[in-house]
Design a protein around this ligand. Structure first.
Ligand code: ADP
Ligand code: ZN
Ligand code: ZN
Length: 729
């Protein structure tokens, strides 16, 4: 025994150890970082925090990041393995970034490697093919060249770029914008600002001026601008490039080609890019000299990652700002209730822009009661008349319906058969395939093969959840009835209907199906901006960010589900969506209007909407949430499980629940019953969930750390994960 202890001590004296984060499922393994020895013959100082290493992992090897040096290994020294190699040419990752990674790992109860590695572009974290045991071998030179390749792919900005005044054409700020900017500039250190500005109030312009000042004050400073959707990046990228001609603006989102993403990412890490624009994943980009952050449309649910580590990019951005003691601006016309709550509690500072630029009026809000009204193609006569009048004046109209495809379900009137998906608890949606039938007014019947009408081959049934596709049955699979009926309307069918109703006007559609074709979304938007389109039909995609100059009328259909949905956040989302889509209208002055078709015109949500009274709506929602004990007054986490059979998923959650109850009492945590998810079947898997919550965040997290370890120890055979601050309940 003694002899062995002596040997170990001698070994430990001779060796240095480092702690390495690896991308392995920490919740399953119980650890997220592992200790390795620095190999013989290496200078211990060769590895510092933020270095990249190749390490043995079982019989395989992994890329890892050094998160601590000079550590005392936590396991038996004799079992500590040695690092295989360093990665030549890899940039040192900033310690400030590792702090954010470690926070996220703790907060979301995942491993540091699970947070850090997916944030690194694929090309730069590929594992070298062969074993490499000393730093100078050819394998590592090959690796280095992967980094080098990424560095040349990033040309410097054109020498002597145009001066900002010409290139940027920055408009002078309005008095209201100037007041907000002055407030932002007065900040020193960490501060969260809410820029609460109505649509078209010039929030973007305030961001640009602010970021310009931050960059001008410090030659090393980097700034990060987050947007919720990839579709919003091209326009903003062009704006940033024009405004900062002496900079090259780095772009980070998930649809960039691998090589391009590696080049941009490396330029960010090495400080060569000072302006960084991206979607949620960009919050985990390692910016060594981050000096200011903007989160545009901060309320948008797209900031929440829905797979892997389920982080909120908005929340992590705030943490990053606090860790680095820098200011952050959250911008929105309809802030999330979490943000509004923080403002009301005095934790965030709110600055408002109440007026649109040029004093353009906000649209008039009109609710059309569907009770007793005979619809034409699902449109009330009042709506048809308003569109007609708008088009007659040479203005544009937009019809918003948050449902893509032709019709949400195909049904048999004879026996009640519905086009259910066999893999999911959902209906397969009828889609028209190929280009739209220009004004032909095809039959609504998917299975109708009559000449000149839409034949069965031109339609498909598609599941929006698992993407399963099938042809449209010629007859009801249950009773043989050939007269199947498409129920309800999606964007495609509305596009057709509007073509029928307004044959002399140009109709265009924008939704995810259109956007799937490369460049197609941009073509629709360009045509709309150029005035080549009179009537736009589309989903949320049309609601965000776009500035249509001639748009005077917005029509919103099928909104009622949001009023009475089971999800307590549904009204908040509906209000934000309606404000946003309404905000597309009347931006260049003149009268504008949004018409909402509803069966509940008296619902209080519409009264707030009519007054454009976000604050009133939000305060009322908050008081309801307080009374019912919901976020942001309470903090939630959801344990989800999926299995082949629902009983297995529920049994796992019941076990987890039993493990929780003993632990919860002391920690002021409530544990609910395990229940099937509202969409219990997805892609052939059955899903269930278990909600836990507490009015104190710290209590919840103390409980979670202990509970998740206990759950893991049962070695569950189902797939499970934890979602902290879930957005969907
Ligand atoms: P928001 O982001 O608040 O919806 P934008 O920043 O898109 O608003 O501004 C709306 C429009 O007003 C844009 O076309 C923008 O270029 C223009 N704009 C913003 N600020 C000014 C200003 N101070 N003077 C003139 N035009 C402005
Ligand atoms: Zn039938
Ligand atoms: Zn499906």
């Amino acid at each position: 025994m003694n002899e062995r202890a002596d040997r170990t001590a001698a070994y430990a004296r001779e060796r240095s150890f480092v702690r390495v984060a690896i991308d392995v499922p920490a919740a399953q393994l119980g650890a997220s970082v592992f200790d390795y020895a620095i190999p013989d013959g290496w200078e211990a100082s060769a590895l510092v925090v933020g270095s990249w290493v190749v390490v043995p992992w079982g019989k395989a090897r992994r890329i890892g990041l050094v998160v601590a040096t000079k550590v005392q290994p936590e396991i038996d020294l004799a079992r500590v393995r040695s690092i295989e190699g360093a990665l030549d040419g890899a940039p040192l990752l900033p310690a400030a970034w590792l702090r954010l990674v470690e926070f996220a790992a703790r907060y979301y109860h995942r491993g540091a490697g699970e947070v850090a590695m997916p944030a690194i572009p694929k090309l730069l974290r590929a594992i070298p093919a062969a074993r490499s045991s000393e730093p100078r071998d050819p394998q590592k030179r090959a690796r280095a060249s992967a980094f080098d390749r990424a560095r040349t792919r990033w040309p410097a900005p054109a020498a002597g770029g145009e001066p900002a005044e010409r290139g940027g054409a920055a408009p002078g700020l309005s008095d209201a914008q100037r007041r907000v900017l002055d407030a932002l500039l007065a900040s020193d250190g960490f501060c969260v600002y809410l820029l609460h500005g109505v649509t078209g109030s010039g929030k973007t312009e305030v961001y640009l001026h602010w970021l310009a000042q931050v960059l001008a004050r410090d030659a090393d400073a980097q700034v990060l601008l987050l947007v919720p959707e990839i579709a919003l990046t091209p326009q903003l990228h062009a704006q940033l490039a024009a405004r900062f001609p002496q900079e090259r603006v780095a772009l980070l989102h998930s649809e960039m080609a691998d090589a391009e993403r590696a080049a941009h990412w490396l330029a960010v890490v090495e400080g060569r890019a000072r302006v960084v624009l991206g979607t949620r994943l960009a919050v985990l980009a390692p910016l060594p000299s981050l000096a200011a952050i903007v989160v545009d449309e901060e309320h948008d649910a797209s900031y929440k990652q829905q797979e892997g580590v389920r982080y909120s990019a908005r929340d992590l951005a705030i943490v990053a700002a606090s860790q680095r003691r820098i200011p952050i601006v959250l911008g929105s016309a309809t802030p999330s209730l979490e943000t509004w709550f923080a403002v009301r509690r005095g934790r965030y500072r709110s600055h408002a822009l109440h007026e649109r630029i040029g004093n353009a009026a906000l649209p008039v809000v009109e609710c059309v009661d569907l009770a007793g009204v005979k619809l034409r193609h699902s449109l009330a006569p009042r709506v048809v008349e308003a569109i007609d009048a708008t088009l007659a004046r040479g203005e544009q109209a937009l019809v918003f319906v948050n449902r893509r495809g032709y019709a949400p379900v195909l049904s048999c009137g004879a026996c009640g058969w519905l086009s259910r998906c066999t893999n999911c608890s959902a209906y397969r949606v009828l889609h028209r395939i190929g280009p739209s039938a220009q004004g032909a007014g095809p039959s609504a019947h998917g299975a109708d093969g009559a000449p000149g009408r839409a034949g069965p081959s031109r339609y498909r049934l598609v599941c929006h959840h698992c993407a399963a596709e099938q042809s449209v049955p010629r007859a009801c699979p249950d009773c043989g009835n050939v007269d199947l009926e498409a129920l309800g309307r999606g964007t495609q069918r509305l596009e057709e209907a509007l073509g029928d109703l307004f044959p002399r006007h140009r109709v265009a559609r924008l939704d995810r199906d259109v956007a799937r074709r490369r460049g197609a979304a941009q073509r629709v938007l360009d045509a709309a901006h150029a005035g080549d389109v009179d009537l736009l039909v589309g989903t949320q995609m049309l609601a965000k960010g776009h500035d249509f100059r001639r748009l005077a009328l917005v029509v919103a259909l099928d909104v009622d589900a949001g009023l009475y949905a089971a999800d307590f956040r549904a009204p908040e989302r509906l209000f934000a969506t309606l404000m946003q889509v309404a905000g597309r209208a009347g931006r260049s002055g003149g009268d504008s209007r949004i018409i909402v078709q509803t069966r509940y015109p008296g619902h209080p949500l519409f009264a707030f909407l009519a007054r454009h009274d976000y604050a009133g709506f939000a305060d009322r929602q908050l008081s309801e949430r307080r009374e019912t004990g919901l976020p942001p007054y309470r903090h939630q986490a959801m344990l989800r499980a999926e299995a082949k059979r629902l009983a297995e998923a529920l049994a796992f959650l019941d076990t987890a629940r039993a493990l929780a109850s003993g632990r919860a009492a002391a920690d002021e945590v409530s544990i609910f019953d395990a229940v099937p998810m509202s969409m219990s079947r997805l892609q052939g898997r059955e899903r269930a969930q278990l909600l836990v919550e507490s009015s104190r965040r710290a209590s919840l997290h103390r409980f979670l750390a202990d509970w998740i370890a206990a759950v893991r120890a049962t070695a569950p055979r189902v797939t499970w994960q934890l979602d902290v601050d879930p957005l969907e309940i």
